[in-house]
Design a protein around this ligand. Structure first.
Ligand code: PRP
Length: 181
């Protein structure tokens, strides 16, 4: 099976992704300087973005990982109920935390994370999202760094899945509607 055959189109090709991530890396490096930020990746979707963004940073920084799950069928219809299934390894108290997400859709996942993290007293808390699907937003959240604003289409690739596949594609593609309807 060729996953590519199930795509209607490529939305963001690999070279545009990488060029934008390089720009984000330069901006983040400038903003944080010697603050030694902790980049928190939200598994699983954020893992490709985190690994490229980390390599685009020219400043000392640390990485940590968190897994979150939402009840109900995600991506097509969100339930709005979120819980931690794997927490961070270390305390974020007095740390400069940057949440790294692949996509902000309804905003429920991020809103839950922001509330949870704020209660842990970080020195600062910012958000970096590769993709922003603002049309679908149900919870308003300020995003500090955004890679691309995208339309309300079913996107896969570069960490984003459908039924756990497509994450390995090096670009962002749009799934053919007949694949999920
Ligand atoms: C995706 C994505 C975000 C979340 C955004 O994760 O990685 O974490 O959905 O959606 P929201 O703004 O509507 O909350 P998903 O739950 O699909 O898990 P995955 O990253 O493991 O694929």
């Amino acid at each position: 099976m060729r996953l590519e055959d199930n795509l209607a189109k490529i939305l963001i090709p690999s070279d545009r992704l990488q060029a934008r991530i390089y720009e984000l890396g330069a901006q983040i490096s400038k903003d944080y300087g010697d603050a030694r930020p902790l980049l928190v990746c939200v598994l699983k979707g954020g893992v490709m973005f985190l690994s490229d963004l980390s390599r685009a940073l020219s400043i000392p920084h640390e990485l940590d990982f968190m897994a979150i799950s939402s009840y109900g069928g995600k991506r097509v219809e969100t339930s709005g109920v979120v819980r931690i299934i794997m927490d961070l390894n270390a305390s974020i108290e007095r740390r400069h935390v940057l949440i790294v997400e692949d996509i902000i859709d309804t905003g429920h996942t991020l809103s839950y994370m922001v509330d949870t993290f704020k209660a842990r007293n970080p020195a600062s808390l910012k958000i970096c999202a590769l993709l922003n699907k603002s049309e679908r937003r149900e919870k308003e959240i300020l995003l500090d760094y955004v890679g691309f604003d995208i339309p309300n289409e079913f996107v896969v690739g570069y960490g984003l899945d459908f039924d756990e596949l497509y994450r390995n594609l090096p670009y962002i593609g749009v799934l053919k509607p007949e694949m999920y309807s």
